[in-house]
Structure formats: structure tokens, C-alpha cells
Ligand binder design. Sequence first.
Ligand SMILES: Cc1cc2nc3c(=O)[nH]c(=O)nc-3n(C[C@H](O)[C@H](O)[C@H](O)COP(=O)(O)O)c2cc1C
Length: 186
Amino acid sequence: MRLIVGISGASGALLGVELLKTLRLFDDCEVHLIVTKSAEVTLSVETGKSLEDVIRMAAYYHPIDRISAVIASGTFITDGMIICPCSMKTVAGIASGYSDNLLLRAADVCLKEKRKVILVPRETPLSSIHLRNLLTVSREGCIVIPPVFTLYQRPETLQELMDAIVAKILMQFGLKHPHFRPWSGS
Ligand SMILES: Cc1cc2nc3c(=O)[nH]c(=O)nc-3n(C[C@H](O)[C@H](O)[C@H](O)COP(=O)(O)O)c2cc1C
């Protein structure tokens, strides 16, 4: 499996790190990472990690301005893309097809090739502009997974809350999170 992971500058950089950490557990999963300029700031503020720390967590890293990278072309076959977390600016870029950086171009390519694009959008409260853009991207084929609490498992730690969100993302690609128990009925 070959996945593109984008980390953009919404709050929740830790979730992006958790996603990369979890994807490393799957031997046959090749991760291509893109990090926006703003995400470098949120990674530092929220996790204390540098860009170099995060780059080490992926098999391949593509600088945000390298618009000639392989993932900018539909001829480079992937199983899809995850943007976690996804800022409202990046949602707007995808909704309008305004691909002025490699992350937006890669998402645009996945959509035109009808490949999976998972967005983990984070903002609160949401304006009607945000909601309209989220509806647009959903109608265009993106799967929108907001990072909301899964409380029916009675989580006790932040780790459990994050595991549940990462599990929901992985499920979209048929991958099973090792620490998440699906609902088994009551
Ligand atoms: C600490 C911090 C937290 C932020 N949180 C959010 C957020 O939750 N959602 C959002 O849409 N933008 C947030 N922003 C603003 C984005 O980083 C900004 O709009 C940026 O232009 C997004 O660019 P990108 O999508 O290319 O990363 C935050 C910025 C900082 C510095």
C-alpha cells in the first residue's frame, strides 16, 4: 500500500504524528509525507517536534514547494491521501481546485484520479464558509473525519481518544488499528 500523508497547519499536529507512528506498524505501507509551512509551526508549538523529527517517521518526504515531486502526477499510483490535521485554508484550496502547493496538488490529483482523500478538518466554531467548503469537498469525493471524541468506549486518556480517531482513518484503507476495539453491541 502506498499512501500520501499531508500535515497542514490546523491545531492537532499531534494527531498527524500519531497517524505516522501508527502507519509505521504496517510493514507494507509506504508513506509519502508533505508538511505545510504552517504545520511546521503547529508541530513545534503543540508537540515540540521539528520538521526533521517528523520527516524521520515517513519513508519519503516531499518539500511543500517541490511541485515537480512524483506525487504531483496521477501517473504515480497511490492508494490515496490523508490530510491530518486539515486546516480550513487547505479545505478551501481543495474545494476550489487552487493547488498552489504540493499538498493541495497531491489532493487535487487524487480526486481527479478518483482515489481516496481523507480529511481530518479542525476548527471551532465552524463558519458557514468552512461548512460550505466541507460540503463541497465531501460532494467531490473526500471523506471528512473530524477529530471528535469517541466516548462510547469510555476513554480515560488522550492516547485512547487519538487512537480512536486514527483507527477511523485507517479503517478507510482496510487497516486495523492494534489498540482500538470496534463497537461490539450492547
Ligand atoms: C497554533 C496555531 C493553531 C492553528 N489552528 C488552526 C485550526 O485549528 N484550524 C485552522 O483552520 N487553522 C488554524 N491555524 C491557522 C492556519 O495555520 C493558517 O490558516 C494557515 O494559513 C494554514 O495553512 P496550511 O493549510 O497551508 O497549513 C492555526 C495556526 C496556529 C499558529
